[in-house]
Design a binder for this molecule. Structure first.
Ligand SMILES: Cc1cc2nc3c(=O)[nH]c(=O)nc-3n(C[C@H](O)[C@H](O)[C@H](O)COP(=O)(O)O)c2cc1C
Length: 168
């Protein structure tokens, strides 16, 4: 059986869901991370990832300016960092410095990778489309990196952006 509910209620029933950190060089010349729950792998050949950024976000300007960005999959050790990137704005602070994040240079684009992440993807923006109050950006993956040894990924597990690894 199914019963009709407002979309917000059906959406709230979706966790666990993915969370990623998008990083782009901003208008001040610093690398600015933003936490994003709206994320998808949308093509295989070439590999393309999509993220959706609200129109009012500071980060949207950075993603548009440089046309290249990193998508990092945070690990279970990055709960606080991921929350910081999703609650503070690059408009008025350097989030990577504030978090004391360990970074290393990307190999194909002007950006940084998160050393503690489960994976990092270097992307070149190939398209964007406005959808409602968000803009969806499509990035072709130019290079990919994974943690060695492997680490567990972080997910959104429940209301209030409660995050952690998948149980089990
Ligand atoms: C778990 C989580 C998921 C989020 N998902 C998105 C998202 O998909 N799109 C978006 O525009 N903002 C999302 N946000 C909000 C932004 O990360 C937040 O507004 C951030 O402070 C914007 O940073 P900026 O001002 O440096 O661009 C999310 C926040 C959290 C904590």
């Amino acid at each position: 059986m199914q019963k009709p509910v407002p979309y917000s209620k059906a959406f709230a029933a979706r966790p666990p869901r993915e969370v990623v950190i998008g990083i782009a060089k901003d208008m001040q010349g610093k690398y600015n991370p933003i936490t994003l729950g709206m994320f998808a792998h949308v093509a295989n050949e070439p590999p393309v990832l999509a993220v959706s950024i609200a129109k009012e976000q500071y980060s949207l300007g950075a993603f548009r300016l440089t046309k290249e960005f990193v998508i990092a999959l945070p690990s279970e050790s990055q709960v606080e960092e991921t929350m910081l990137y999703g609650t503070k704005s690059g408009r008025d602070c350097d989030k990577l410095a504030l978090a004391g994040a360990k970074t290393m240079p990307a190999t194909k684009i002007d950006c940084v990778l998160l050393v503690d992440a489960a994976a990092n993807y270097e992307c070149r923006r190939i398209a964007e489309t406005a959808v409602g109050d968000h803009v969806v950006l499509f990035g072709e993956v130019l290079a990919a990196h994974i943690a060695d040894p492997a680490v567990r990924r972080l997910y959104i597990l429940g209301p209030g952006y409660r995050m952690g690894p998948l149980p089990g």
